[in-house]
Design a protein around this ligand. Structure first.
Ligand SMILES: [Zn+2]
Length: 191
């Protein structure tokens, strides 16, 4: 016998195309007697009843679900961070704030793997932030007076056409002392 095109749902009484009934070999024409909508509603209702009867199990399920999802979400963010360190810097997400050490590690690895890109990034940053560069330099100067003097001497010798590396260390130290003395005298004069 040829299967009919429609069936009347035994639950809601609506006539619907046969495809809107679940497949089941045991039923006539291989389709159940309640429509998909009613089937879904029945399952939902029984799940609601089960939840009401098993509040502890529901709690446990929720806990497990959220834990699994937090882990998944973290993993997704970690992968994204690894692939987009530039964007990651701009929009530091909650995860970054909660995992500063991990973020540092990821960024470090990225820099190691992309030295050229890192160079370019730094160059661009300096270009875009001249004030910050200056501020940093001033801070560095303040924190490294010895290095400042060394730099100054290096420039001085370079101007004179002398190879800095070929000079004996004592001479450089001597020049540094001389400069320090000059600074002291200048400080004394201005104060
Ligand atoms: Zn129905």
């Amino acid at each position: 016998m040829e299967a009919p095109l429609t069936r009347v749902c035994k639950k809601c009484g609506e006539e619907k195309p046969l495809e809107e009934f679940n497949k089941n070999e045991k039923c006539k024409y291989g389709r159940t007697y309640e429509c998909l909508v009613c089937c879904r509603e029945r399952k939902r209702e029984s799940f609601r009843k089960w939840c009401k009867a098993n509040p502890e199990k529901v709690k446990e399920r929720k806990r497990k679900w959220s834990k699994a999802n937090v882990e998944k979400e973290n993993e997704r963010k970690r992968k994204w961070l690894e692939a987009n360190p530039e964007k990651a810097r701009e929009s530091c997400c909650k995860w970054c704030k909660a995992n500063p050490e991990k973020v540092k590690e990821i960024k470090r690895k990225w820099r190691e793997a992309n030295p050229e890109k890192e160079k370019e990034r730094k160059r661009k940053w300096r270009e875009a932030n001249p004030e910050k560069v200056n501020e940093r330099y001033l801070k560095w100067r303040e924190a490294n007076p010895e290095k400042v003097i060394r730099k100054y001497i290096l420039a001085y010798f370079r101007r004179k056409g002398i190879q800095f590396q070929s000079l004996p260390e004592e001479l450089i130290e001597y020049k540094m002392l001389q400069l320090k003395l000059n600074y002291k005298i200048k400080d004394h004069e201005t104060s």
